[in-house]
Unconditional design. Structure first.
Length: 114
């Protein structure tokens, strides 16, 4: 379980990549399109975009349109000796002060401008 948020909820970092690469590039803004994902990201689309899943069945729905990670995870990993930060793990949005691990299995988020 995620630790209870101790600070106000906020977006720490945004990232995308048009290529199927492990890491993404940090950027200042993203456009999230409902039912599609992050505009310009390799994983955006109504149908599955992960290459291994496309190979298995290209017609399955894309359940991984936007990848969120809580910033607190980076702190935990640093304490264990790993040097990772925003955009390194392929996430689109890094948040702080939100218990992401407590959200339902397939959360749908509505948001204003990011």
């Amino acid at each position: 379980m995620d630790k209870a948020p101790s600070a106000p909820a906020r977006v720490v970092s945004l990232a995308l990549s048009g290529d199927h690469a492990f890491s993404k590039q940090a950027i200042e803004r993203v456009k999230v399109i409902q039912g599609i994902g992050v505009e310009g990201d390799a994983h955006a689309g109504e149908k599955v975009q992960h290459l291994s899943r496309v190979k298995a069945n290209p017609d399955q729905p894309n359940l991984r349109q936007v990848h969120l990670i809580h910033a607190e995870l980076f702190e935990e990993l640093r304490e264990k000796g790993f040097a990772v930060g925003p955009a390194d793990l392929g996430e689109n949005i890094v948040t702080a002060g939100i218990a992401l691990l407590d959200l339902p299995g397939a959360p749908c988020c509505a948001s204003g401008r990011m």
